[in-house]
Design a protein around this ligand. Sequence first.
Ligand SMILES: NC(=O)c1ccc[n+]([C@@H]2O[C@H](COP(=O)([O-])OP(=O)(O)OC[C@H]3O[C@@H](n4cnc5c(N)ncnc54)[C@H](O)[C@@H]3O)[C@@H](O)[C@H]2O)c1
Length: 353
Amino acid sequence: MAKIRFGLLGAGLIAPFHAKAILAAPDAELAGFTSRTEAKAAKLAQDFNCKSWPTLEAMLADPAVDAIDIMTPHHLHHEAAIAAAGAGKHVLVEKPPAMTLADVDAMINAARENNVRIAIVLNFRTKAPVLAIRNALAEGRFGRIHQIDAIMKWWRTNEYYLGDAWRQHKEWGAGATIQQGFHFIDLMHYLGGRIVQVEARMGNLAHPQIPVDDTVRSFVEFESGAVGTFLGSTALWPGQDFRIEISGENGTAVMSGEKMAVWKFRDERPGDEAIRNIGLGDFQNGASGPADMGFLGHQRIIEDFTRAIIENKEPLAPAPSARHTLEVCLAMYKSAKTGAPVKLPLLDEKVLF
Ligand SMILES: NC(=O)c1ccc[n+]([C@@H]2O[C@H](COP(=O)([O-])OP(=O)(O)OC[C@H]3O[C@@H](n4cnc5c(N)ncnc54)[C@H](O)[C@@H]3O)[C@@H](O)[C@H]2O)c1
């Protein structure tokens, strides 16, 4: 099959990362950009030597586009995704998939009805230590899982939050829990399975004039019986690599950014030393600023998505799996607002913020 030609919606901070990832992926082609501000899309089109369209409708009407890659503010993802699926285009959406579960369900239904693929950009799922932990889990090496913790001690400036109006509105998707924390709450679920209860406290430590959470501390219970904590913050200067720590009755793994910091099992195996050496290069993962990272994770997502389309198989991060991560995030907001634990599934989506 020919390469998958991507039309990009949104011309903000993350757009150049997607463009570079598409150019580096063997089965992908960069068709062009559109955005709210036509001039910004045209400038990116000039920089990356591709087309621009004045509107999403014009991009969707172009037969030279096979897939739409959505990078708008969070509360706008679903409308564009549903329109793209309706136009028969495959849909790749930046995290979080949407701001309500009803909107994600509408996106999933639109893709199903129009027979197109939909996947979410969960680039942290592609990291080498995550794959090693997933393999060990599949082989049962951990035994029963006792504890899964995720720690995101990051830093974002006031200027970052003031950069666009949506970054100052919780209901539009701003806040450390759903915006940056989404990746790590997703890894807790991706590694630990479904989450059945959360309890969270949120605060704003370092950005008092921005009315969003810049810090969350939470307690998480998994269906398996395991428990965990998520500490997420964009208030902790200068920002450190995130950590995922997982311990079972027979082993412990700790990843720190791109590195495997601890890899210890009762049954040491020949490949274990190589796993302990994962990530000994110089990688950046967004700890100190939003552009403080490379595009390799996005490239892996694009490669996976194009293979899913070409080979007609499930992508690494299908929308239903990201739906559960959104559900957990929303439950954390509800818990922080009410001061009480929240059980999942989340049946009442009202008054979350
Ligand atoms: N996966 C990652 O590692 C990662 C990193 C950063 C951002 N993101 C995600 O990327 C998405 C965009 O984030 P960003 O930081 O680039 O935001 P941004 O504010 O810098 O850019 C958003 C873009 O959307 C455009 N836009 C706004 N309203 C629009 C509309 N109605 N129609 C068309 N375009 C519109 C804006 O003009 C802007 O070009 C978010 O979902 C964010 O969570 C993901």
